[in-house]
Each structure stands twice: as structure tokens, then as C-alpha cells.
Design a protein. Structure first.
Length: 114
């Protein structure tokens, strides 16, 4: 954890390849000093079929799932930095957004915790 999952229109990959995009999101997340670098996980889901406001407009939306404990200001800054990087990388994509959800520490479990 944290997990950054990027949903996007498949045509986004015409501008940059998946590995480069994943690396860029990782670099931004790491630059915030909110996470240990080895804990950052980034994935992509390119979609061939989608609708944005009942139109076929390209989009990028990053869903971040992070452990609770960061301030609202830290989370807002993280979102702004990721979106800013994506806007720079994809100036022609009209819909770029991000939201952050907190994991509850008390209910989180992974294999190493068993």
C-alpha cells in the first residue's frame, strides 16, 4: 500500500506507454514523502468502451487507496500533484481527475500479517 489505480480511455496509450505512465505516477507519489517508496503500487486499466457525460471523450481518473492518517491538506496536495503531472503529460485529454480513499488501519490485513 498505497495503491494508485488509473482508469483511462485506451487511446491514452497512443501518447505514452503504460510503463512510462506508471513510472510517472510512482515518481510523483514518492516525491510527496507520504509513503515508503517500496510500498507504492501503481496499476492501469485502459478501457476500449466507455462513456464520459454520455460522450466518447478521452479520460484519466486515478483512484488512490491509502492508509488512514494523512491530513486533508496532504491528500489534497497529493491529488493536485498527480493531476498536474498528468495534465503536463496529456495536455490534449479533457477529463483528468483523482480521488483518494483511506484504508482503515484496524480492518486492513495482508499476507504478512497472517
Amino acid at each position: 500500500m498505497p495503491h494508485f489505480v488509473m482508469d483511462c480511455s485506451a487511446s491514452v496509450l497512443e501518447y505514452h506507454d503504460e510503463e512510462f505512465i506508471i513510472e510517472q505516477i510512482h515518481l510523483v507519489a514518492n516525491s510527496t514523502d507520504l509513503f515508503d517508496e517500496g510500498d507504492i503500487k501503481v496499476r492501469m486499466n485502459p478501457f476500449k468502451k466507455y462513456s464520459v457525460a454520455n460522450k466518447r471523450e478521452d479520460f484519466i481518473h486515478v483512484f488512490a487507496h491509502i492508509m488512514q492518517g494523512r491530513t486533508t491538506e496532504q491528500k489534497a496536495s497529493l491529488s493536485k500533484q498527480v493531476v498536474n503531472k498528468l495534465v503536463v503529460l496529456f495536455p490534449e485529454i479533457p477529463n483528468i481527475a483523482m480521488n483518494i480513499s483511506d484504508f482503515e488501519k484496524a480492518t486492513y490485513c495482508n499476507r504478512a500479517m497472517l
